[in-house]
Design a protein. Structure first.
Length: 212
């Protein structure tokens, strides 16, 4: 099994994004659940991701970390799942644009907002995301009157952006704007998203039950 897929994750993490993507791809994969304080910081896992963070994905002897990179990698590794426009296709422009917009500006703006950080007016020009409001307005406009971000079909860019929106709305770091809610509700109802949720929710519920 040289090309075995292994997901390193914790069910209460961005690893949920990678699992959703794996479920969309539909290939068999194994899961290694790591504990934040112990196994995630142990030498065996630091050899996979020196950041001591999840998710990470192993595919045979290749390792990819970063949720967005995992999604992009899987889309290209399994083109039959049709989760990205083929390399060279003009639609690749929109695909890269939204994938990187989510991994960069959205992620940074939302994380800074969660910590209560306000960009001083005179420094907005040097911050990659400018302001949270600019990022949210750009995203809202991109999703208004459109089912998908890239052409007219679901891609890994939708999955990654939608997951960010879902987490953000859940943790109140992204406003529940109608365009976001509509997009989240429609995409999170996909069978692969439901399967991923079920697989990640089960161990969380079991842990909570054991602790009560
Ligand atoms: N930029 C990384 C962020 C990964 C990340 O921060 N993961 C968190 C959980 S959501 C983590 O593993 N935290 C454990 C730690 O930093 O000790 C990605 O997008 O995958």
């Amino acid at each position: 099994m040289a090309d075995k897929l292994v997901l390193y994750t914790n069910p209460q993490s961005r690893g949920r994004i990678a699992r959703w993507m794996l479920e969309e791809v539909g290939q068999p994969y194994e899961t290694e659940v790591l504990d934040f304080a112990t196994t995630m910081k142990a030498p065996a896992y630091l050899a996979i991701n020196p950041m001591g963070k999840v998710p990470a994905l192993r595919h045979g002897d290749a390792v990819v970390t970063e949720a967005a990179a995992i999604c992009a990698y899987l889309a290209d590794a399994f083109p039959q799942a049709k989760l990205a426009p083929p390399p060279g296709d003009r639609l690749r422009a929109a695909y890269y644009r939204w994938m990187f917009f989510a991994a960069g500006p959205i992620e940074a703006a939302v994380s800074n907002k969660a910590l209560g950080f306000q960009v001083p007016r005179e420094r907005e020009g040097m911050m990659g995301y400018g302001t949270v409001e600019r990022v949210m307005k750009t995203l809202e406009d991109a999703l208004s009157n459109k089912d998908y971000l890239v052409g007219d079909s679901f891609t890994a860019a939708d999955l990654y952006v939608c997951a960010q929106i879902g987490f953000g709305m859940m943790f109140n770091t992204i406003e529940k704007r109608p365009a976001f809610q509509k997009y989240w509700q429609r995409l999170s109802a996909r069978p692969a998203a439901a399967r991923a949720k079920e697989k990640d929710d089960a161990p969380v519920a079991a842990k909570q039950k054991a602790a009560s």
